[in-house]
Every structure is written in C-alpha cells, then in structure tokens.
Write a protein that binds this ligand. Structure first.
Ligand code: CP3
Length: 345
C-alpha cells in the first residue's frame, strides 16, 4: 500500500485518526441511480456483470469519477460467494436474490462448502484492476454476514418477517448453528480473497439482523460475526460492520470486533456513539429518502449529522442504507461537496 493511500481520509477516519475533512461514500453508490450504469448493464444479467472483471471495474469507478467520493466499493453482490460454491440462485430485477432450492435441512447445509480463491478468480482480477486504477482512493471489499445470507438461503428469497429463518433458529438450533458455521467460513474466505487482492478495507453487511432481539443476537449471531472479524485481524485493514434497524443491537455490533460501526438513520450519531462504546469509529447516517427532497433539506440534515458526529472518535459520512434507485445523481454530487467543505471549516 502506498503512503498516500494509507493516509487517505477514509482509512484515517476508520482508524480514528485526525482528518482534514470528513470522508464520504455511499452504500449502493454504483447502481441504478446512475444513467451510465443503466447503459452499461443493458441486457447483462446482474450475476453475469459481477463475474465480468472489466464491467466490475468500470461500474465501480463510475461514482468515484462522478462524485469524487473518498472510497470505492467493489461492484458485486452478497450472494456472489454462494453462487461461486454452487448454490443454484439468481438475482431477479426488482426482487433480489432468489434461491432455487431453499436450505432447510442438514443435507442441504452440508452442500455449503468453503470457498477457494479459484472459485472467484474474477473477483481477484477485478480487485487487482481496480487498485491500479484507483491509486490513492481506497477500495472497500464486502460480504454479506451469516444471518443475512442465512435468511436468503432459508426463505428462498427476500422476506419481510424472516419466518422460516426464525423457525430454524428457535426450533432447530443445532441445524441453525451448523448453517451459521458454514456461512462464517464462506464469508471469511471471501473477505480474505478481496483483501489479499488489494482491497484496503471491508464491510460486513448484516442488513436484516435488526429482526432479532439482543439476547438472540448474543446466542445465535454474535459468535459468528466475532469469528469473522477476528479472522481478519492479522490483515490490518479496517473492518466495518453494518445492519439496518440495529438501534438496540449497536452495543453488540461494537462488541463483535469491527473497527467501524455503520448506523442507519434511526439513531442520532451522538446517541449511537454512546451505545456502541469507546474505541470505534462510526459510519452514517442520512436517511436515503431525504435525497428525494429539495437540496435545502438535504443540506440542513447533512449539517445536523456532521454536528452530531463532532464528538465521535472517527466519522465516515454515508447514508443510513443504500442509495434509492430514483435518486438524482446531482443531489449526491452536491452532498459529497457539502460534506467535504462543511467538515473542513
Ligand atoms: O454499494 C455498492 O455500490 C456496491 C454494490 C452492491 C450491490 N449489492 C449491487 C446490487 C452491494 C454492496 C450489494 C449488497 C447487497 N445485496 C445487500 C447488502 C446491502 C443492503 O442493501 O443492505 C443485500 C441485502 C443484497 C441483496 C440484493 N441484491 C438486493 C436486495 C437487490 C436489489 C433487488 C432489486 O432489483 O431491487 C440485489 C440486486 C443488486 N445488487 C443490484 C445492485 C446494483 C440491482 C440489480 C440491477 O441493477 O439490476
């Protein structure tokens, strides 16, 4: 890693070091809100795009060029490593990941084998291409966390209440733990491939874990997320941990071992800092829907977030969840500039 990259505002903020201005990137910054993305994806299925390194490089670079954000995030999807080890699944436009044969018994769990670098050579190639092209801008690798992956695998697709998932967790705890154990190995392996190929940081997306209580998180999820962060400790790259609706879980998300905790829009950042506890940077947390309001509203709300973040140990500005497809890219461009300028004052 060059010293310019190591000294980038994003990596410094993740490490709770002083910065000249607050770094900013957006979850789902690449994607349907960008006309240049829609043009490139025309007629190319999502999972084909994810397995085509030149396309991945180009799509990942689009928001970096357009907005001047302080980090790129690899264009991929949380189900890519599952597909790579042979799970029969697809990503349906407007729906999300759909699994042909939902995983609900021990025999199905046993088909989930660990991931090898050769299974995802296209990811290695894309990450290597990107780190060359990005220079001093960090690349964030990512993976879905075991709970969120388990939900897609058990339900067979997106789910509102995660009924089958919870039915297994409560009713067949041994099977649940066996499944989480396998998903932990896959997730850890996939994150290590991305870091070994040149990614500078990783984010673990546990998007749907806000569905469980604190006690259940401690028993059924925490052992696995902890193992993932511990399994990355030797690589010295910042680890970000994010979920939606996790207000009650923030303390436990901090305990799991990440360097940065991502916060959705429901908890103000100063309050989040006291829930997470000392020794962590925070990432967030503008409600993505605010970007659909006039610029004056966005500016005021973003200013409030910077003020709330002033007392935290480190802050990476982001949305509280992904960019909505209907977002005007000009709003994101103005927001990036605003955060840079307002935080530098
Ligand atoms: O943030 C980025 O710019 C990187 C790209 C990224 C994608 N998926 C691309 C994508 C990331 C980080 C993800 C992670 C992901 N995928 C998560 C965790 C993040 C989150 O939002 O909580 C989850 C839950 C998924 C599962 C998934 N994949 C969903 C819910 C969808 C949307 C379905 C739809 O069409 O509305 C996908 C597909 C997907 N992943 C798209 C993109 C750009 C849309 C596909 C398309 O453009 O055709």
């Amino acid at each position: 890693m060059t010293s310019e990259l190591a000294d980038s505002v994003f990596l410094r903020a993740c490490r709770r070091r002083s910065v000249s201005h607050t770094p900013v990137w957006f979850m789902r910054q690449a994607g349907r809100s960008l006309p240049e993305y829609r043009a490139l994806r025309e007629g190319v299925p999502m999972l084909t795009a994810c397995a085509t390194p030149e396309l991945v490089v180009e799509v990942t670079m689009q928001p970096v060029r357009r907005y001047g954000v302080d980090a790129a995030i690899l264009f991929s999807d949380i189900v890519v490593p599952l597909k790579a080890i042979g799970v029969d699944l697809d990503i349906k436009p407007g729906v999300g990941p759909v699994v042909a044969a939902p995983i609900r018994d021990a025999e199905a769990v046993r088909t989930l084998r660990p991931i090898e670098p050769d299974d995802v050579s296209y990811v290695t190639e894309a990450v290597q291409g990107l780190t060359k092209e990005l220079g001093a801008t960090p690349l964030i690798g990512f993976a879905g966390a075991p709970f969120t992956l388990a939900s897609y695998l058990i339900e067979g697709g997106p789910s509102k209440n995660h009924d089958h998932t919870k039915a297994m967790m409560y009713g067949e705890p041994e099977l649940w733990h066996a499944l989480m154990d396998r998903l932990t190995e896959i997730t850890l392996g996939f994150l290590r491939v991305q870091l070994a190929s040149g990614a500078s940081a990783v984010q673990l997306f546990d998007s749907w874990v806000g569905a469980v209580s604190r006690d259940d998180y401690r028993e059924f999820v925490l052992p696995y997320t902890s193992r993932i962060f511990e399994g990355l400790a030797d690589l010295d790259a910042p680890r970000i941990h994010f979920g939606v609706g996790t207000g009650e879980l923030l303390g436990l998300l901090g305990q799991a071992g990440a360097d940065v905790v991502g916060v959705d829009w429901r908890v103000p950042l100063d309050e989040a800092a006291s829930r997470v506890g000392p020794g962590k940077a925070l990432q967030g947390n503008l409600d993505p829907a605010i970007l659909l309001a006039p610029w004056e509203v966005v500016e005021r709300r973003a200013g409030e977030i910077l003020a709330r973040a002033a007392g935290t140990e480190g802050h990476v500005f982001n949305l509280g969840h992904g960019v909505l497809p209907g977002t005007d890219p000009d709003q994101l461009a103005r927001l990036t500039d605003f955060v840079h300028e307002a935080s530098a004052r």
